[in-house]
Write a protein that binds this ligand. Structure first.
Ligand code: SF4
Length: 178
């Protein structure tokens, strides 16, 4: 059986869902026999590749860069998996929406800054969107795997299902605030 090409990316999330991926432990070796990781924080690829079979996305969309990359991912991925509650609902990342972008920038660059107080980010820093949004508000998503973080067992079952072409019910892994 040929290997599927898998990418993973971490947008506005805390990396906890990528840590859960690593928590699959020795099962990663089993999965690696059926998939190649072609782009990810786990490997050293610089540009998002073409013709990816599955891209796993952690985190919500908070910046103009996030919006740009998710559209690139959609164009180059057969399937996209939203990994974790930030990607699916906005979750922790979307708490900014309660106060708004201006208040967040003011808190970070005026009130709490120790250095360069009062200097807003340079133009090379991606611009914050007015509102943090989940992935499916920008592009179509094929799989949703919830959790904060997503449990390693759920990630394993879903990846095994994708490899075998079998649909997997992950509702038993859904948990809130645990
Ligand atoms: S869902 Fe939870 S663990 Fe995953 S990126 Fe968001 S805050 Fe982190």
């Amino acid at each position: 059986m040929s290997k599927i090409k898998v990418a993973t990316i971490w947008l506005d999330g805390c990396s906890g869902c990528h840590m859960s991926f690593l928590d699959m432990d020795e099962r990663i070796i089993e999965l690696a026999q059926h998939m190649d990781i072609v782009y990810s924080p786990y490997v050293d690829a610089k540009d998002f590749p073409e013709n990816v079979d599955l891209t796993i996305v952690e985190g919500a969309l908070s910046t103009d860069h996030d919006l740009k990359i998710i559209k690139t991912i959609r164009q180059n991925s057969k399937k996209i998996l939203a990994l974790g509650d930030c990607a699916i609902t906005g979750n922790i990342s979307a708490m900014k929406n309660l106060v708004g972008t201006d208040a967040v920038l003011e808190k970070g660059y005026f009130d709490l800054a120790d250095f360069n107080k009062g200097k807003y980010p340079s133009k090379i820093v991606p611009k914050l969107l007015d509102k943090v949004i989940p992935l499916n508000e920008a592009v179509d998503i094929d799989f949703f795997v919830p959790g904060c973080p997503t449990p390693a067992d759920a990630i394993y079952e879903v990846l095994k299902g994708v490899i075998e072409g079998v649909e997997v019910d992950v509702s038993k892994y859904t948990r809130f605030g645990l």
